[in-house]
Design a protein around this ligand. Structure first.
Ligand code: NAD
Length: 295
């Protein structure tokens, strides 16, 4: 069993830390919100006075924080306080450039860094079935594997520093584009007088099939159960999709790669959020598209 520091006990971090504690690891935790630390303490974890205190005597450090600037700020505190050789795993979804800076800072201090963002959401965090996409050295990945496998069902080593974040934003950019495409098809089918069931029966077994149609259909009552059947309660919130689209556009800008569909998807999610989409699942964009002016 390992001594593990866990920093960032929010919607995702707390259930992930709970799973590590339940598996018998010794957890030293910190969050800037006292109530979050208290919830962890009631689950048998040790509350630290600061992030630096939490990491001082552990072999593994996990961070689960809102964004790149916060991750880098926390790393500035914890990297000098950590033991040489400790594995430092950032599971937050952040921009690739910040992830690479976090790697450089950690390696310079003799730590073994991994960027390991997740997919699977709050339900996956609670069930311990997250997918981890990791970037970093083989050594860091091998040492992190036993800990990540407690929190996740699937681990993919994507390459060197930043490769996990790169994989995550490329996947989610495609997901946004395919979801918008699925929503447009169902909206047009309706205007043409086609039933949603007929559209689904054809598309899901023809060349238009994709995860957004077959597994997460944006129309209620069609296909396997999805947020559409629950008034578009997330699921995967539109706000989080917009965050990931912003990160992919940042990466596209930094690399000079044209991503016109990803850019347009980002603008559509911005508009959806302004026009009633706040707090809804990302598939709820079908409601906006059905009423949007053509032009
Ligand atoms: P959250 O806002 O619920 O949790 C973030 C936690 O970090 C909060 O408890 C906050 O108090 C804490 N925090 C902020 N600044 C801190 C600091 N300086 N030191 C210590 N703690 C600090 O967010 P979340 O939903 O748990 O998401 C965390 C990360 O996981 C994000 O990067 C998000 O994009 C990603 N993610 C979320 C989901 C999801 O469904 N919620 C899915 C996949 C990935």
């Amino acid at each position: 069993m390992s001594r593990i520091a866990f920093i960032g006990l929010g919607n995702m971090g707390l259930p992930m830390a709970v799973n590590l504690a339940k598996a018998g690891h010794e957890l030293h935790v910190f969050d800037t919100v006292a109530a979050a630390v208290e919830s962890a303490r009631t689950e048998g974890m040790m509350a630290a006075a600061s992030a630096a205190d939490a990491v001082a005597d552990v072999e593994i450090i996990v961070t689960m924080l809102p964004n790149g600037p916060i991750v880098l700020k926390v790393f500035e505190d914890i990297v000098p306080a950590a033991q040489k050789g400790a594995v430092i795993i950032d599971c937050s979804t952040i921009d690739v450039a910040s992830a690479k800076k976090a790697h450089a800072m950690s390696e310079a201090a003799g730590l073994l860094p991994l960027d390991a963002p997740v997919s699977g959401g709050i339900a996956g965090a609670a069930a311990g079935t997250l997918t981890f996409m990791a970037g970093g050295s083989k050594e860091a990945f091998a040492k992190a594997e036993p800990v990540l496998s407690v929190m996740g069902g699937k681990l993919v080593h994507c390459g060197g520093g930043g490769a996990g974040q790169s994989a995550k934003i490329c996947n989610n950019m495609l997901l946004a584009v395919s979801m918008i495409g699925a929503c447009e098809s169902f909206a047009l089918a309706e205007k043409l007088g086609l039933s949603a069931q007929a559209a689904y029966d054809v598309i899901s077994t023809s060349s238009g099939f994709c995860w957004s149609v077959n597994k997460y259909c944006p129309v209620p009552g069609i296909g396997p159960e999805s947020p559409a059947d629950n008034d578009y309660k997330p699921g995967f919130a539109a706000e989080l999709m917009l965050k990931d689209l912003g990160l992919s556009q940042q990466a596209a800008g930094e690399t000079g790669q044209a991503t016109p569909m990803g850019e347009h998807a980002m603008h559509l999610y911005e508009t959806f959020l302004k026009e009633g989409g706040a707090g809804k699942d990302f598939s709820g964009i079908i409601e906006y598209l059905k009423t949007a002016a053509r032009g």
